[in-house]
Design a protein around this ligand. Structure first.
Ligand code: PMP
Ligand code: GLN
Length: 395
């Protein structure tokens, strides 16, 4: 490092110091590996076909109609109304479209701005591991600490005692994700009721990431905001990416009581300010699609889950079939291997498939070491070919 750079290093704000160790996201690393090796990418979760044509046409129509300038800071009225209608239609939740809904640049920005708005240095946030990578990063950005509760296969159940022990006088919020990435777990009503009771007992906020709310195959999706005492303390986050198979459009939203939304909006206005006016129109059109669309999406993905889960089992993995999301996790120990990160880095060369090592989403690395995640949001023929390739592994 040159003298000049060293000086720069010393002058790095403590924010950058706090982010040390987060490196490049595993999704970027694994997608780059897939491109470099020409492998089938079952790593980063993005579909290989577009979402519904009505949604595509709504974006094009908005561009042609001249909706190309800054939208309002809280999001266009039509999308906020559509989110409110959606929360009522699917989950029986009532939100005021003008004061209780905020449109964001994907769920990612909603998560970041919510955590920055609600957490102060010294606060603690309780979350479940494996955790989606941006949770740990954003808690660190806020200067807060995470306390994690481990989800353990085969059910990815957690210990209520561990959850109770994770709550301290410094705990500000519980950060939840159901349906859960990377495990595919759909938290049960009983589990959510137990979490909600602790939130009420300790007067904690809840931040809930429900981007996979429509990708549920077994059981039911229960938004934690629907449970007693929770609506007033919960920020519910979702986005158009998964529900409409347009992960690059980055249109998300947060629903919460007005004072919480106001806090999140205050931070959000200095992050992206606003984004993606035409895509906001398109997301509004998507949210208003008939029930058959949502049911069809889940049915298609359920069949793909079955295809990939049984293919992985035939290939020799120990598979933990998911109840939701478009991810399936598997244990590699049956191959005599224990290091998921090394396994995923070598997989393209060994059989031309990319997966994600879930150990990077754990603090307890022993718990996550042998687990890897595959996505099944790909065309059937791509999944079939991936299974053929993976079956060559054991040979
Ligand atoms: N939360 C979870 C659990 C996710 O898997 C993802 C991945 N897209 C996101 C949030 C981010 O959503 P978006 O693309 O809308 O920012
Ligand atoms: N949500 C996607 C996944 O879990 C990745 C999104 C991203 O790359 N940040 O695979």
């Amino acid at each position: 490092m040159s003298e000049g750079n060293r000086d720069l290093g010393e002058r790095m704000p403590y924010l950058v110091q706090r982010m040390r160790g987060f490196g490049t996201t595993i999704f970027a690393e694994m997608s780059a590996l897939a491109v470099a090796t020409g492998s089938i990418n079952l790593g980063q979760g993005f579909p290989d076909t577009d979402g519904p044509p009505e949604v595509v046409e709504a974006a094009i129509a908005a561009i042609r109609a001249g909706d190309n300038q800054y939208p309002p800071g809280i999001g266009i009225a039509s999308l906020r109304a559509a989110v409110a209608e959606h929360q009522a239609r699917f989950w029986g939740l009532d939100y005021d479209a003008d004061s209780e809904i905020l449109v964001t640049a994907g769920a990612t920005e909603a998560i970041a701005t919510t955590l920055l708005a609600l957490l102060e240095p010294g606060d603690e946030a309780v979350t479940f591991e494996p955790y989606y990578d941006s949770y740990a990063a954003c808690i660190a950005l806020a200067g807060a600490q995470r306390r994690v509760v481990t989800l353990r296969p085969p059910e990815y159940a957690f210990s209520l005692d561990q959850l109770r022990a994770a709550i301290t006088p410094k705990t500000k919020l519980v950060l939840l994700n159901s349906p859960h990435n990377p495990t595919g777990k759909v938290f049960t009503r009983d589990e959510l009721t137990a979490i909600a009771s602790l939130c009420v007992e300790h007067d904690l906020l809840a931040v809930t990431d429900e981007v996979y709310e429509h990708l549920v195959y077994d059981g039911e999706h229960v938004p934690i905001a629907t449970l007693p005492g929770m609506r007033e303390r919960t920020v519910t986050i979702s986005s158009a990416g998964k529900t409409f198979s347009m992960t690059g459009w980055k249109t998300g939203w947060a629903c919460a009581p007005a004072p919480l939304i106001e806090a999140v909006r205050t931070v959000k206005q200095f992050m992206t300010y606003v984004h993606g006016a035409p895509f906001q129109h398109a997301a509004a059109a998507g949210l208003r699609l008939p029930d058959e669309y949502f049911a069809g999406l889940a049915a298609d993905l359920a069949a793909k889950r079955d295809l990939l889960a049984s293919g992985l089992a035939d290939a020799g993995f120990t598979v933990y079939p998911p109840s939701g999301t478009y991810f399936v996790t598997a244990d590699i120990r049956a191959f005599g291997e224990t290091d998921g990160l090394a396994f995923c880095r070598s997989l393209p060369e060994r059989c031309g498939v990319v997966a994600v090592p879930t150990v990077v989403f754990y603090d307890d690395v022993d718990a996550g070491a042998p687990l890897v995640r595959f996505t099944f949001c790909k065309r059937r023929e791509v999944l079939e070919e991936a299974v053929v390739r993976l079956k060559s592994l054991g040979r």
